[in-house]
Design a protein around this ligand. Structure first.
Ligand code: ME8
Length: 511
């Protein structure tokens, strides 16, 4: 039976326009989903929008629109952005959908039935921007006396009747989870943070709000809407059909990977498993968090006017170029800075030069000197065997990196082979062999074609459009582009289409 693989992005707040941070998370998740599909898995990839809560209600009011029309509009914009990034999700969830209300209501009932919910008053700090409660000890005081959360968000003092979730009762079970499943939180630096947060003691969590109404009603509790994070996290089971355990998608639960930014690790690695434990549902296998993008060294913010619209970036540099840059430029778990020179350098050096030129040089020689048909391999020399062995070993190496979400290392492994192939073509100089030894020239070109085929096949998840074009030019049939198909050699003598450059150099527009 095909193995299932369920992967998710966070669902994004619909309080503003999508920016490059959102696009980054979704593209990284898409790369993993595409990789797993090509590797033979039955993949379910979920993304969507988080539409309730005070922050969204305030944004709608500021726009002078009712919250539902506002969320309809912003969710559609997020979806258009996601599509424009080439993100191939299987379902787009919106928390204002009926299926999600049904699912949240049932989750609440189960947690309440387990005895983990009680009514009290919340009195403390709340940051609307983060939709999070903070302990006094977590805040810093500005020179003007106002307090801010660790994220920089302003906080306000809130006092209201509220239902509480007995989070404090889950400390030992959570610590056991991190102990028994060391891969539950990634990278390991984040795991240590989560463990020390939980070891520091957990307070019960306020899980309903009564000072506004834009949320899912708490069952049998007029005036209470569910805390937006309880509502939002539950999207991951809603999409599998919860509470209908006979739903066609229920077998995908538990998720294999929740991909999240480092800002929301606590919600995913502490609150979410505790809710699930209480409700008696299986736990996700991994929460993988990534670092932050800043722009030219500065945090993106509306006031600085440096918020990057992903669709503009794609217009300027090209879609696959941006997807490649985002995954290559910084380690997934770490932070990175985006700048024009850095993007141009990745495009011109690595894509246009290293990979584009290699394919172009190889394929134009095949077109010119081999009658545009695929030459046969010859008796392998040591140099041939070394390059082919490096190409053959690549899938296993890349698979390990993708499973750990170390995307930049996966790309570095692939680039080692590309650089080796460039060294090989220069040493073997097939253009010169055309006059002296046509058979050997064909054999050299075939080693190169076979190597580029492996590279292009493995790069499909990152650059789907460009690699489809490269594989067309290599004469790889559309049904022979899976990883399993790499085990079957291409047919000698197959006709190849005329080669065309896949990666144009980025040239500065005339001033
Ligand atoms: O937190 N660099 O939604 P959100 C990299 N609705 N990634 C960034 C980024 C940056 N500068 N800025 C944002 C929420 N992100 C909740 C999630 S899930 C059940 C509910 C990405 O719209 C990153 O993935 O604030 C971060 O976790 C997410 O956007 C936050 O999106």
């Amino acid at each position: 039976m095909t193995q299932r693989f369920y992967i998710t992005t966070p669902i994004y707040y619909v309080n503003g326009t999508p920016h490059i941070g959102h696009a980054y998370t979704s593209i990284a998740t898409d790369v993993m989903a595409r990789f797993k599909r090509l590797d033979g898995y039955d993949v379910f990839f979920l993304t969507g929008t988080d539409e309730h809560g005070q922050k969204v209600q305030q944004a709608a009011a500021a726009a002078g629109v009712d919250p539902q029309s506002f969320t309809d509009r912003v969710s559609a914009d997020f979806r258009a952005m996601t599509d424009a990034m080439g993100v191939a999700y299987d379902d787009w969830i919106r928390t204002t959908e009926q299926r999600h209300k049904v699912s949240c209501t049932e989750l609440w009932r189960r947690i309440a039935q387990a005895g983990d919910i009680y009514l009290d008053h919340y009195e403390g700090w709340y940051a609307v921007r983060d939709e999070a409660f903070y302990d006094e000890s977590e805040l810093t005081t500005r020179p003007d006396g106002t307090k801010i959360a660790p994220s920089g968000a302003p906080v306000e003092w809130v006092r209201e009747p509220s239902y509480f979730f007995k989070l404090s009762a889950f400390q030992d079970r959570l610590l056991k989870l991190y102990e028994e499943q060391p891969d539950f939180v990634a990278p390991s630096s984040r795991r240590s943070e989560v463990i020390s947060f939980v070891k520091g003691g957990l307070r019960d969590l306020s899980v309903s709000r009564t000072t506004f109404s834009w949320g899912i009603p708490v069952p049998d509790a007029p005036g209470h809407v569910m805390y937006v994070w309880l509502d939002a996290l539950n999207n991951y089971v809603t999409a599998c059909g919860f509470p209908d355990e006979n739903a066609p998608r229920w077998p995908y639960w538990p998720a294999d990977v929740h991909v999240v930014g480092k800002d929301i690790i606590r919600f995913h690695a502490v609150y979410w498993p505790a809710f699930l434990m209480s409700a008696g549902l299986p736990l996700p296998k991994r929460v993988s968090s990534h670092g932050w993008w800043v722009v030219e060294g500065e945090k993106m913010s509306k006031s600085l006017g440096n918020v990057i619209e992903p669709r503009k970036l794609v217009e300027t540099y090209g879609l696959d170029q941006i997807r490649y840059f985002l995954l290559r430029e910084k380690p997934f778990g770490g932070d990175g800075s985006m700048s024009h020179p850095a993007i141009v350098s990745r495009i011109n050096v690595e894509l246009a030069n290293d990979l584009g030129n290699l394919a172009q040089r190889t394929l134009s020689l095949v077109a010119r000197n081999c009658g545009a048909t695929l030459p046969a391999r010859g008796e392998a020399t040591e140099d041939d065997a070394a390059l082919l062995a490096a190409a053959d070993a690549l899938l296993a190496q890349v698979r390990v990196h993708i499973d750990r979400q170390t995307f930049h290392e996966a790309l570095e492994e692939i680039w080692k082979v590309i650089r080796a192939a460039n060294g090989y073509i220069d040493r073997q100089a097939p253009w010169a062999l055309n006059k002296t030894d046509k058979v050997r020239m064909g054999a050299v070109l075939r080693v190169l074609v076979d190597t580029i085929r492996v590279v292009a096949t493995l790069l499909q998840p990152v650059m789907p459009g460009s690699m489809a074009r490269m594989l067309d030019q290599l004469g790889v049939p559309a049904d022979a582009r899976t990883f399993a198909a790499l085990a079957t050699r291409l047919n000698d003598g197959a006709a190849l289409p005329p080669p065309q450059g896949v990666f144009p150099r980025y040239v500065e527009p005339a001033a």
